[in-house]
Design a binder for this molecule. Sequence first.
Ligand code: ADP
Ligand code: MG
Length: 319
Amino acid sequence: MALLEVDSLKIAFELTGGKRLKAVNGISFSLDEGETLALVGESGSGKTTAALSLMRLLPKNAVIDGGEIRYKQRDVLTAPEGMIQKLRWKEIAMIFQGAMNALNPVLTIEKQMVEAILLHETVSNEAAYARAEMLMRRVEIDPKRLKQYPHQFSGGMRQRVMIAMALACEPKIVIGDEPTTALDVMVQAQIFELLESLKKEMGLSMILITHDLSILGDICDKVAVMYAGEIVESGSVEAIYEDARHPYTQKLLAAYPIIGKKRGLPDFIPGQPLDMTKPVQGCAFYSRCHKAMPICLSRPPLRTVEGAHQFLCHLEGEA
Ligand SMILES: Nc1ncnc2c1ncn2[C@@H]1O[C@H](COP(=O)(O)OP(=O)(O)O)[C@@H](O)[C@H]1O
Ligand SMILES: [Mg+2]
């Protein structure tokens, strides 16, 4: 039985002037215990919105337009607030996009970590300090450095602190929203290594959000590629790396070449992401697709390659 199931989820934002922006357009995925899912797509494809909905942390102008989220078979979207309080941080935790730059510059790391712990758990101050030390060790930082301020930490160290905070209540699922985006390549790799060892050590499930397909490496089990609020292709990491079928996935792979694999020069995906306040006719990727045909103006079918490898396209999708 899946730990988390998302079924045909639709989320819109109400904009001023009565317009609506359809940010998430009927996505479905599931996450098993110990499994890691990568949610991949360009900026604006709805990744953060989808992630926030899992913890019911959507902004006020967001509306759920349909679908279901089930955590351990319980309905998250309709659950009473009390149940959500127990789920947030204790079952599902999130490393927010850009969070490492949101540490308060005038407070020590210790103060900020202890405050975060006390906010979510009823423990004594001493216990919270001890937990902060334990968490620092877990993310491989000397606990002595708790007395320091954010500016004394490198970007990678600050991101480790954010990971530590997400782990504070021993969650089952950790969502990392672009956890390595602002970091250089070496540090990116170290953060991924850390996440991978934490996953093994703590038996975590993870959802990793990124726009860079090349960095999923060994940590992810499966991938869902999002475009304009839809999952246009999903499958195992191997299926996506070796046998991508959707033209968008193929373009993304070319844009972020996988080190050690010949994929030619980095490529750009021409055109602009879709205006999601306008209704989509046919395939959302039509206007930017190098393989577009007249039939693509009608709704594409969801095709199954084999097992869990699926893609949304009129083309058979030769690799
Ligand atoms: N609070 C909001 N109000 C209105 N539009 C929003 C809000 N948050 C996000 N959006 C829009 O929803 C779409 C999806 O955004 P987001 O989920 O942040 O995408 P991603 O994380 O993939 O970059 C974008 O078009 C974005 O501008
Ligand atoms: Mg985002």
